[in-house]
Design a protein around this ligand. Sequence first.
Ligand code: NDP
Length: 337
Amino acid sequence: NQRILLASRPTGAPTIADFTIDTGPVAEPAIGQVLLKILYLSLDPYMRGRMSAAKSYAAPVEIGAVMEGGTVARVVKSRNPAFAEGDVVLSHSGWQNYALSNGNELRKLDPAVAPVTTALGVLGMPGFTAWAGLANIGQPKPGETLVVAAASGAVGSVVGQIARLRGARAVGIAGGPEKCAYLQDELGFDAAIDHRSPDLNERLAKACPQGIDVYFENVGGKVWDAVFPLLNPFARIPVCGLIAQYNARPGQAAQQDRLPDVMRTVLTKSLLIRGFIQREFVHQREQFYKEVSEWIASGALRYREDIVAGLERAPEAFIGLLEGRNFGKLIVRVGED
Ligand code: NDP
């Protein structure tokens, strides 16, 4: 069994040296357990937080422990009556080839319903994050303008498309002309803006002539700065992620104290700024699954996956995710399907 372990806690951006590969025997399942062969591993921005010891909503990965992560796996040995050999399941087995499970957290997947990789993306945690952040906080209405960054990614692509399905205008922000073209030509966003362009603020203002009613915050940093002056009274801001600052070094803060200006605007424009972690809404998962799988089946909602082959490539692919090198939901193909 090959496993990728956390070797050290990064300061700033992670490097390959923060990970190490370990090889050992494949474990045998005890009574009640199943042995899983990992087929696909999901790589997600939250893993940067698990590499750090800083206090967060979840415990960090210990040094020397297997990196955490969502996976799609096949049951190859079963000593648990609820699972048969050959079953394909969603698990949280981390960055490795094989894992044991007592079955409690496994969800069976039906490859006939949707490609199993979608359980890590559009029909999984990231898709649910988009859906739940909009259903509970963003609540886009017909004619309103929604802005989302990291818009070609796993969460952002679903946010923009749902906003349009709800009758709102969707403006996407993404890194580079290829991602922007994809947003407009393939996903139907009303406008797409490259966050690397020097006149980001002017372009965004032009793309949002009626202001911004919903800002789905995935990024922070200069995108927030561009969005903030354009917010309309009663705008809703689901704070989902701040990827632009995940690699910030401790103490690396803004040059000036912007809190007074932000708070004044929150007050005078009656803004709703509400952070969330998707599992808060776990009771709505069935509703999400039903609605989004119907949209996928009808072609109303599209998705893109960026699949990298080989577990040993997970560290470099993950480092790339934090720099925008992925294009679509980032997944590692770990074993043969
Ligand atoms: P993506 O598939 O969108 O990949 C990450 C993308 O972030 C990159 O491709 C890049 O896109 C963009 N990015 C990286 N650095 C920067 C930067 N400095 N400035 C602007 N954009 C940047 O990832 P996900 O869809 O999985 O995650 C999107 C966000 O949602 C993250 O912030 C994540 O932490 C958050 N999230 C929150 C959850 C919750 O429960 N609250 C659950 C799941 C995700 P580009 O090239 O376009 O810049």
